[in-house]
Design a protein. Sequence first.
Length: 103
Amino acid sequence: MFGLGPTELIIIAVIVLLIFGAKRLPEIGKGLGGAIRELKNVKKELSSDKAAPQDVQKQEEKKEEPPTTLEARMADKVMEQMPGVKKVMDVKKKADTVKNLLK
């Protein structure tokens, strides 16, 4: 697994535990698992040439246009599932607007 031995994996696990704490690890794991699952779903959608009739019906019921690029879809899913990502993105947008105003 990427050339990492058990000692390196234990050290990484301890560092992650110290950084995020024991209470946040299940939330982070759940978010990462959901993001990986969604990545697989998006990959399946893109690989199939025709959308199944059920998928078309689901999209019509939602009445939302999905983002056109894979990156945009993944960004939306990560922002939904990861606890602090949305806040960080909002702060980044505010910082960018302030930076543009100062120019």
